[in-house]
Design a binder for this molecule. Structure first.
Ligand code: FAD
Length: 309
């Protein structure tokens, strides 16, 4: 089986999410990595070094500057004439591009796979991760997105794949890039951080969130996350959100501060290796998944903890 893998990149380097997708794709067959970008030679070279990548296809064109799905999908569909499966990380980009590819190929998409059972059969979460479905597809070509936390990351170095240039399909004229408002942070990126400190509605407002959660995170070298309630209330931007409709994370340590543990939040973090919960309600559902629980008022516990670190 031959597999076309969508590389998530910033033209210069390859995003971590790609590495787990390489591992998943490698379970199906030989992996060829597609780098669609502008001035993306650096990303193509980085992709060629990933262990498990047999070839890199570089489509370098201004129409791929911002990974607009309307432009990237037709390129993938053309290339898919030579492949049996298309695999993308289940990132915002992957989730934007893969459904268009599936529709244009007239096949089903299998989203957010957790395992590859065989070349036709995959597992994926349903009901916010409360059940795992085993899905068998009879489509001739598979279109898959991969949950990054479910697969080990391929080594970013050690490979030596050839980079082959493929011709671009150009601007389809269906969409255009207007602007990006990207929040910059010195802290680690949420989905690849080893430690995450997340705050919930209990913080009461943005000032408290910044004053209590961020110093603790900075002491630990951690990323900062939040529940949807904290995001909806405007304490922090929505790219902080962890959960079913936010980011899926699985760090070494996840510290949930004033978060109740609704199933939609657990769906995004329950695979964390060690979960620490701070909550004043000893019956809060978060304690059912926590490895370490501290029952107490966060307004006294968190400053004390930060001070002692
Ligand atoms: P609450 O449920 O209000 O919990 C606050 C907690 O703080 C309580 O347990 C309370 O005991 C504790 N507390 C209060 N004061 C203190 C104090 N002083 N010290 C210590 N503890 C204190 N939610 C997500 O997080 N992510 C998602 O992606 C997501 N997606 C959703 C998708 C759908 C379709 C739906 C319907 C909901 C989704 N939700 C999501 C919302 C989810 O159901 C919950 O409403 C949300 O997670 C609650 O956030 P919270 O735990 O911060 O707030």
């Amino acid at each position: 089986m031959s597999v076309l893998l969508l590389v998530e990149h910033d033209n210069a380097s390859v995003a971590d999410a790609t590495l787990a997708a390489v591992t998943a794709a490698g379970k199906l067959g030989e992996v060829h990595a597609l780098v669609a970008g502008t001035g993306a030679q650096g990303a193509a070279e980085a992709a060629s070094k990933i262990a498990g990548v047999a070839k890199v296809l570089l489509a370098d064109d201004p129409s791929y500057s911002h990974a607009l799905a309307e432009n990237v999908a037709p390129l993938v569909v053309e290339l898919m004439a030579s492949y049996d499966a298309f695999v993308a990380p289940a990132t915002s980009n992957g989730k934007n591009i893969a459904p268009r590819v599936a529709a244009l190929l007239d096949v089903m998409q299998i989203s957010d796979i957790l395992s590859v059972e065989d070349s036709d059969t995959f597992t994926r979460p349903i009901y916010a991760g409360n059940a795992i479905a085993t899905v068998k597809s009879s489509d001739a070509k598979k279109v898959l997105t991969v949950r990054g936390t479910a697969f080990a990351k391929a080594e970013a170095s050690g490979g030596s794949a050839a980079v082959e240039t493929v011709s671009a399909k150009g601007d389809q004229g269906l969409s255009s890039f207007v602007g990006a408002d990207i929040s910059k942070s010195e802290r680690p990126e949420l989905t690849s951080a080893k430690i995450i400190v997340s705050g919930g509605r209990a913080l009461q407002n943005g000032e408290n969130f910044h004053a209590l959660i961020e110093p603790l995170a900075d002491k630990l070298g951690a990323a900062v996350g939040a529940s949807r309630a904290a995001v909806d209330a405007g304490y922090v931007p929505n790219d902080y959100q962890v959960g079913q409709t936010g980011k899926i994370v699985a760090p070494e340590v996840y510290i949930a501060v004033g978060i109740s543990g609704a199933i939609q939040h657990l769906a995004g973090m329950k695979d964390s290796k060690t979960i620490i919960a701070i909550n004043k309600d000893e019956d809060a559902p978060i304690f059912q998944v926590a490895d370490i629980g501290l029952v107490g008022d966060l307004f006294s516990v968190v400053p004390e903890l930060t001070g002692k670190l």
